[in-house]
Design a protein around this ligand. Structure first.
Ligand code: RTP
Ligand code: MG
Length: 141
């Protein structure tokens, strides 16, 4: 297994629920290190650019509206097999289908307000990390 980096976002619903620390603890307890972190209030253009792969999907407008509805916390996680390890911690996109004990099962309310984002491949992770963090703001440990 290789050490990887992945991009994580704590979405507006989870920030509003005051569970940033609880979610960070899950990352740390799973052996993922937080190597970059910042809070942001995404503009419409930033959210549209970030989710550009979904531009043609019927849920795109709702997704952008939700992601710009409040502040988010954006982080880079580093560790063994980080992309998949993080997706496992998150659980399925629809919290009703997410396995018990996953972040979405425990903190998400709906498929739209689903608490967290995680990169879905190593290639997308590299692009998503670069979208939010210059390399000088990522602190490998
Ligand atoms: P994310 O990118 O946010 O980590 O979520 P994901 O990989 O689990 O799901 P993805 O397919 O990339 O979709 C991005 C976000 O769009 C919303 N969505 N709604 N109504 C729908 O069928 C539907 N499908 C996706 C979700 O909020 C999802 O997180
Ligand atoms: Mg996705």
């Amino acid at each position: 297994m290789a050490v990887e980096r992945t991009l994580s976002i704590i979405k507006p619903d989870a920030v509003a629920k005051n569970v940033i620390g609880k979610i960070y603890t899950r990352f740390e307890d799973a052996g993922l290190k937080i190597v970059a972190s910042r809070m942001a209030f995404l503009s419409q253009a930033e959210a549209e650019g970030f989710y550009a792969v979904h531009r043609e999907r019927p849920f795109f407008a709702d997704l952008v509206k939700f992601m710009t509805s409040g502040p988010v916390v954006i982080q880079v996680l580093e560790g063994e097999n980080a992309v998949l390890a993080h997706r496992d911690l998150m659980g399925a996109t629809d919290p009703k289908k997410a396995a018990p004990g996953t972040i979405r099962a425990d903190f998400a309310d709906s498929i739209d307000a689903n608490a967290v984002h995680g990169s879905d491949s190593l290639e997308n992770a590299a692009n998503e990390i670069a979208y939010f963090f210059p390399s000088s703001q990522v602190f490998s440990r």
